[in-house]
Design a protein around this ligand. Sequence first.
Ligand code: C2E
Ligand code: CA
Ligand code: CA
Ligand code: CA
Length: 281
Amino acid sequence: AKHEGRNNYQYYSPDLERASQERLYLGNSLHHALQRTEFQVFYQFKSSLSTHKVTGFEAVLRWEHPRRGQLQPDQFIPILDESGLIVPVSRWLTHTSFMQHAKWKAKGLIEKDAKIAVNVSPRLLRDPYFIRGLANSIQDSKIDPTSVIIEITETALLEHSEQTTDALNGLKRIGVAISLDDFGTGFSSLTHLKRYPIDQIKIDRSFVQNLLKDSGDKAIVKAVIVLAKSLKLTVVAEGVEDKATLDYLASLNCDEYQGFYLNKPQPAEEIENLLLNGLQL
Ligand code: C2E
Ligand code: CA
Ligand code: CA
Ligand code: CA
C-alpha cells in the first residue's frame, strides 16, 4: 500500500493504473474514430432451428484502432457509453446496417421477412432523441420497420423508470420488435416480461455453452422455451458452437439460434460471399 492510515483504501496498483490509463487513451482516440471511419459493422446470422434458413442478422460493432488493432465491444462500449459518444456511433451503425439489409434484400440474397437486429445501450435507450433518430434511419433506408429488432440487455431495464417504459412504448409505436438480450442474467427477468412489450427472448450464452453437460442449464433452457411459447414470444439461443447443442435445442422447439457453429460476426463482404455461394446450414 502506498498510504497507510485514514486513506488506507487507496492501494497503489500498477495494474489498475495501467488499465485506467488505457481507458483514458482509448477515450481520447474515440473522439476521432467516427470521422476517421475506424468503426466497422460485423454481422452474425440468426437461423431457424426448424427451416434452417437465415432469419436475419445481428449487427455488432468493431473498432479498427490505428495502433491497437481490432478492438472488441467489451473493450470500448463502456467508454463510448460514459462519454455519450454511443449516441452518434449507434446512429451510424443503425444507418449502415439498415442500408446493408436493404441492399441484400434488393439483390435477393435474403428472405423478404429477414430481420436486422441492433443492440441498444441503456444510455441510448434513455436518450430523448433516440426514437426519432431510429425512425429517421428507417425512413432513409426504406426498411420495413417490422424487419427491425432492437436488442436490449436486461441490465438496461434495471431502472424501472417511466423513461424506460416510454422508450419501449415508443419503439412499439414505430413498429419495430423488441428483443430481451442476455435473458436470465438479470435479477428480475420475469418482471421485465410482465412489465414491458417484449417480442423476443435471447437465452444468454452462459446457459447454452454447457447445455448438454449441465442438468441445471438444461432445466432452465427448457423452462425458458416453454415460457416464451406460452407468452407468444420468439426465443433465440445464443452461443451455439456445436451440432449436438443445435440438435438438442431443435428438439426443445427453440425457434432460432446464433453462434460460432454457424458463423462468427463477419464484415458485410464476407457475409455477402456466404449468401451468394449458398450457406451450408
Ligand atoms: P451480445 O449482444 O450478447 O452479442 C453476442 C456476442 O456473443 C458477440 O460478441 C458475439 O461475437 C458473441 N458470440 C456469438 N456467438 C458466439 C458463440 O457461439 N460463442 C461465443 N463464445 N461467443 C459468441 P461481441 O461482438 O464481442 O459483442 C459483445 C457485446 O457487446 C454484445 O453482446 C453487446 O452487448 C455489445 N455490443 C456489440 N455491438 C454493440 C453496439 O453496436 N451497441 C451496443 N450498445 N452494444 C454492442
Ligand atoms: Ca445482442
Ligand atoms: Ca446476448
Ligand atoms: Ca452478452
